[in-house]
Design a protein around this ligand. Structure first.
Ligand SMILES: Nc1ncnc2c1ncn2[C@@H]1O[C@H](COP(=O)(O)OP(=O)(O)O)[C@@H](O)[C@H]1O
Ligand SMILES: [Mg+2]
Length: 252
């Protein structure tokens, strides 16, 4: 089972968009995919139109109140363990618990043979839930949006990833940085895209060959809780995400 964490401690960089469109594309390729929403903002859970109330969620799973299969819902876009706004309330409890970083990894081992891929959306911080996702993951993708301090943020994220590789998950593969909402007419976008390969060499991350272009259809699909591939299959972002998945699968 390949488990991919979509991580960047900055908000608004395209984590949720990337997680959903990669998961959706993999489902359409015929793979068995489980989505895990570790972000208490639950944006992915909303897009999946999954339940949060009156059902087991990531909160129950992380608190070991249910089995992994009990927490899985069959939703609009596929199988998902829903996020939960209550998750961060107990953050300090996990920090003081032996094995507090490994709860998600252990939980996912229960469904090791049920899925080909697990896609994990993560919160916009470097806290215990992001680290749980990185410890559980076999690989990580780092979405990046052109912003003033984007590269500084990446350096900090790479430190966390290297800590996780050193202390809990030596096999964690860095698939790379994925530039999102790329606007070719914007100077900062062009500058960051140009320096990314060299920055990657310095910090130890590859860069996805395809940036995901900025595209209004992404917002429209999100507003409708619809699949981008159904709503606008020929839009720039849909084409780019399909190419990203091909790159992931080694088919490019
Ligand atoms: N390729 C894109 N084109 C246009 N808008 C995008 C694109 N990718 C993301 N966005 C928009 O940017 C905002 C932040 O994206 P989101 O995936 O929610 O980021 P994060 O999960 O990192 O906070 C959302 O409003 C989303 O619709
Ligand atoms: Mg998000």
């Amino acid at each position: 089972m390949i488990k991919i964490a979509i991580a960047n401690q900055k908000g608004g960089v395209g984590k949720t968009t990337t997680a959903i469109n990669i998961a959706d594309a993999l489902v359409r390729c015929g793979y068995r995919v489980l989505f895990v929403d570790m972000d208490p903002q639950c944006n992915s859970t909303s897009s999946y139109q999954a339940q949060i109330e009156d059902t087991y969620t990531i909160y129950d799973l992380m608190n070991e109140k249910c089995n992994t299969r009990d927490a899985i819902q069959q939703a609009q876009l596929g199988d998902i363990i829903a996020g939960d706004p209550h998750l961060p309330e107990d953050e300090s409890k996990f920090l003081s618990k032996i094995g507090g970083f490994e709860i998600l990894r252990n939980a996912l081992s229960e469904v090791e043979n049920d899925y080909d891929y697990v896609i994990m959306d993560t919160p916009p911080n470097l806290g215990i839930f992001m680290v749980n996702a990185l410890v559980a993951a076999t690989g990580v993708i780092m979405p990046l949006r052109a912003e003033k301090y984007a590269i500084d943020g990446l350096a900090r994220l790479m430190e966390t990833i290297k800590d996780v590789q050193k202390h809990g998950n030596p096999e964690l593969v860095i698939y790379g940085v994925l530039m999102t909402a790329y606007d070719v007419r914007n100077l900062l976008d062009k500058e960051i895209w140009q320096i990314l390969p060299e920055t990657g060499v310095n910090y130890g991350f590859p860069v996805f060959k395809t940036p995901v272009r900025i595209c209004q259809a992404v917002k429209e699909a999100q507003a409708e809780n619809a699949s981008l591939y159904d709503m606008s299959p020929n839009c720039n972002a849909a084409i780019d995400y399909v190419n990203i998945v091909k790159e992931l699968l080694g088919e490019d």
